[in-house]
Ligand binder design. Sequence first.
Ligand code: NAI
Length: 732
Amino acid sequence: MAGTDLELSHAGFTVDDGVALLLLDRAGEQLNTLNPEVAGDIAAVVGEVERDPSIKALVIGSAKTDNFLAGADIRWLRSFDEPARVTEAIGSGQRLLSRIERLHTVMGKPVVAAIHGACLGGGLELAMACGMRVASNDEGRTQLGQPEVQIGLMPGGGGTQRLPRLVGIAAGLDLILTGRSVRPRTALKMGLVDEICPKEVLVDVAVARAREAIGRPTTAGDASGSTFGRITGWLSPKHLQELALEENPIGRRLLFSKAEERMLAATGGNYPAPPAILRAVKTGVEQGPEAGYAAELAEFAALVVSPEAKALIGVFLDSQALKHDTGTATQVSGRPVTKVGVVGGGLMGGGIASVNTLHAGVRTRVREVDAAAVGRALAHVRRGLDERVSRRRLSSREAVKAMQLVTGSVDWIGFEDADVVLEAVFEDLALKRSVLAEVEAVTGEDTVFASNTSSIPIGAIAEGAARPHNVIGMHYFSPVEKMPLLEVVVTPTTADEVTATCVDLGRRQGKTVIVVNDGTGFYTTRILGPYMNEVGHLLTEGARIEDIDQAMTRWGFPVGPVTLADEVGLDVGAKIGRIMEKAYGSRMAASDGFARLVGDDRKGRKNGRGFYRYEDGERKGVDPSVYDLLGITPGPSPGTDRIQERLYLHLLNEAARCLEEGILRRPADGDIGAVFGLGYPPFRGGPFVTIDRIGPAQVVDRLDALADTHGERYTPADILRQVAADGTSFRG
Ligand code: NAI
């Protein structure tokens, strides 16, 4: 084996008996990602292979432990603000990949990718420019996909052209439009990789395949016409049907129009990436690769500088940054947690026990009021495990083992050695205080007491505690298994070590964790308060239920606020409303309509009576009797824009107040909290990104105008006026 004279900073390069081996190895980073320097090293190697007649084949792999190439460096992508610069940079990437393709299609020098670990985005595009792909059979670590759409982008290195050619239009579109990745066995079945083998022999196998293919040209990006052939096991009836559709122009048109329909239904037209992807793929299919690559480049350049992509990239980077935050200024480490007690195993407590066993893998003891309730809590955990077994995410053996982690009781036995006790009993201050006193009596000096209250200040619960420094809030969202956010709430007396312990536990449970300071409603419940109240005002003014919901789903929320009220429970909402009004005064006053509905025994979905009608748990239309009950006659819609503005401005204004009062430690937490906890539209980046995008001065003007018409509840937060007057922004 011989080294070469090439000076590379981000790759190793050796040649052995005519076969060159390039091992990607981005300097100073754990993962391989693409930026101009890394691409420069690949280009240097490709140049060498092109020039040197003694090099007959090339194998491209990685020197990192569990990572092939995870895609473009996102920080680098975010730095672009002009489409022309993107075209230049990404265009040169496209040309580099074409040169790799020419090596095997024109020059007869086989190029084989040796893939282990993440092969995503630009990584998959590099692999697809090769003539053959061999992947490790490590189902846990190796994954292939084009996840760009998840951050508002699309493949820019030929992915929209090579992937459909390799696996078919329908399968290719599915991967690019959903951003989902596939594991080795599936990748093999769909023809995305040609062979899988144990990672220990991966490079040897790739080198052997390269050597066998020397001198035999392949067809660009189309495994079925290549020397290597397409795996025939992939020819399922469904796939044959898709192929039949793809074979003729009418079938293809049908396929594209179906994809467009599905995409519009999924995105509500708020996300520019999916339509751009469809246009690029279609251009390639209808007009050939040249036109396809050009279309991809133009669409990509426009997307990278779009506000939607910038917002989505921001959300991604903020959530990544949170992974390294202990939530304290002192950056102390948390205490080890091997056992958790859960008091109250209802909807939330059952969910918490579930994520403890499923994700964190900690022993969990649930305390309930009677044996039947204990049984329900354990059944809750079992349901979650069974579901994962049926989806093949877990083996039956692992599920049995996980179930052994959780036990229950009606007394305090088994709590004495708990490191953290999580309380999820009814939303009642006196009850929560008495539970805290009981827990303190049976647990040790260092046991953390965390409350999952959704609105009561933690300080109020901690009043009279023997060890107030151990008391903290861990606010989960329903359903706990699905919602990604955990809001950790600290009081001035909470010890940093306690905060760090809970942040760490939350992360082990699979959550994105923000830490906020104590106050009624903390951050998430609080910003929701005036938003939900406004629904009552809009209804009283004659707006229709469905118009309100539709306006906000169009704005980008997964569900409208009226639906949300039915889901959360009108009784729960009314209770929280009273707590909020007591704390923040008349600007948070709920319209008395909610109370009237609760008085009529309308609890929302859970008792089948709310703003909407329910039959056998299934939602039917709006219940018109709500209007009679409220004594109103719905009139013509005030207009979608008007409804949207009346509602979202409350979210922005209240988020600003939370920052002003120090509830939020920084704007980024407010953005992540709203997106991950409340379903705030990710393409808007969160309340602070939205304020910056509209312009703080403009937000203040609109709030002032609404305050003139509707009263002081719209008065802008001082900090908003300040930022507007200074001409600065929240997120920079
Ligand atoms: P739930 O009514 O489903 O569960 C409460 C459970 O606590 C019941 O099973 C009850 O038997 C049990 N319980 C009551 N007193 C007890 C005691 N002394 N010892 C042991 N168990 C006792 O209520 P849910 O929805 O689970 O709410 C629990 C807490 O979580 C509340 O503080 C609520 O505000 C909060 N929360 C609720 C959310 C939701 O969407 N439902 C979201 C976030 C927080």
